[in-house]
Design a binder for this molecule. Structure first.
Ligand code: HEM
Length: 353
């Protein structure tokens, strides 16, 4: 199975193994989640190149797999990033990667996006109250966020980049999922999550809150990514009353409507009005990773993109100090990365290092 012969998507079988062939598939618009009709999503190709990296303002796919790597040999980084660019461009088009491992053969593009980011020395988050960050879920020099509607396609993307990652050592991988719902998805506390989020179509708000214009040229037009692995103590949550739950979140569990009298609730404290107007583009996924110490290891893989990390710091400081939801959650992992602008034709991620 050479990469020339093996085409992942049936629709492209026999076509020249050129990414330009992806043009035959339906190309997704950047719209809010749910706007892409379910029937279309399998063959939908999200363009890999453009002004912005895909996977940030792109409507959320069903599954995410996020991997962080330590750079152990910096002299190999450019070679790796060249290989990653080629592989990511092919896989997002539904084509096999170089010497493909085959586990995604026959699967459609599934709206795969591959987004990369780099740690920077100047990029550090302060410790927050109640943080219980573990090394095994934290840090890293380079991050890959692969999102797709098929979990095996997301797996294949991270596995392939890991295989091609010369001079890198895998540090952590985290997986997340969303329910298959047309509306705002519910998180594992049973509440709609994303109601007041920015939308991929809010171009003006994204310019104001998400795309950055500082830093080196490769970062201008990119964004900062904050990752938090947040365990949700669902045993305790399930033992609490609906009244307590709604007071902790600040929204109605059934309708998602904002509660007027819950000043220390999560939704009230996270509001832009309470934080000098700052907003984040949240892109979180639920995780369900089995058992730790006899309890379910479940929670939120919090992913948020922003113009500067001070935005996250400001909101998280307020939440860490007063949020009634804290009783039910613990932050066990954290990392922050600078995600470059999109690649122009002919460019490679190696051009940014
Ligand atoms: C397990 C942890 C978390 C859960 C279960 C959770 C859940 C929710 C829910 C249910 C809402 C209301 C619906 C919505 O507007 O999306 C919400 C809103 C929000 N959350 Fe969280 N969240 C968590 C962690 C965080 C963290 C760590 C941050 C940032 C530091 C954050 C920032 C926000 C923001 C900015 C809003 C929108 C507030 C508004 O504009 O009204 N959340 N969250």
């Amino acid at each position: 199975m050479t990469d020339r012969l093996l085409s992942r998507r049936g629709v492209l079988a026999g076509a020249a193994a050129s990414v330009a062939a992806a043009g035959v598939a339906r190309v997704a618009e950047v719209t809010s989640r749910g706007d892409v009709a379910a029937a279309d999503t399998a063959t939908t190709v999200i363009p890999f190149r453009g002004e912005r990296q895909a996977g940030i303002a792109t409507p959320q796919q069903q599954h995410a797999q996020v991997a962080a790597y330590d750079v152990v040999d910096a002299s190999l980084l450019a070679t790796t990033l060249d290989a990653w660019t080629e592989a990511a461009e092919r896989m997002t088009a539904g084509l096999p990667a170089q010497h493909d491992s085959g586990e995604a053969a026959g699967l459609a593009a599934s709206r795969l996006t591959v987004t990369v980011g780099f740690a920077r020395r100047s990029l550090r988050l302060p410790a927050f109250r109640n943080d219980a960050l573990e090394r095994r879920w934290s840090g890293g020099d380079v991050v890959v966020q692969a999102c797709a509607d098929d979990p095996q396609v997301a797996h294949h993307a991270v596995r392939t980049l890991t295989r091609l990652g010369r001079g890198l050592r895998l540090r952590w991988v985290q997986r997340g999922f969303l329910p298959t719902t047309q509306g705002t998805p519910r998180n594992l506390f049973g509440f709609s999550d994303g109601t007041a989020n920015l939308r991929g179509t809010d171009t003006k708000l994204l310019d104001e809150h998400v795309w950055t214009d500082d830093g080196p040229p490769w970062l201008r037009g990119g964004s900062y990514l904050v990752v938090r692995r947040i365990r949700m103590h669902v045993e305790k949550w399930d033992a609490s009353s609906l009244y307590e739950q709604q007071n902790a979140i600040g929204r109605s569990k059934s309708t998602g409507a904002r509660l007027a009298h819950a000043p220390h609730s999560h939704a009230a404290l996270a509001r832009p009005e309470a934080n000098g107007g700052v907003r984040l583009l949240r892109r979180g996924y639920s995780f369900d990773d089995g058992v730790v110490d006899g309890r379910l290891d479940v929670g939120l893989l919090f992913l948020a993109y922003m113009r500067d990390v001070e935005r996250f710091v400001r909101i998280q400081r307020a939440l860490a100090a007063h949020d009634e939801m804290n009783e039910y959650v613990t932050h066990v992992g954290g990392a922050v990365f600078a995600c470059p602008r999109g690649l122009r034709p002919g460019e490679s991620w190696a051009d940014f290092v």
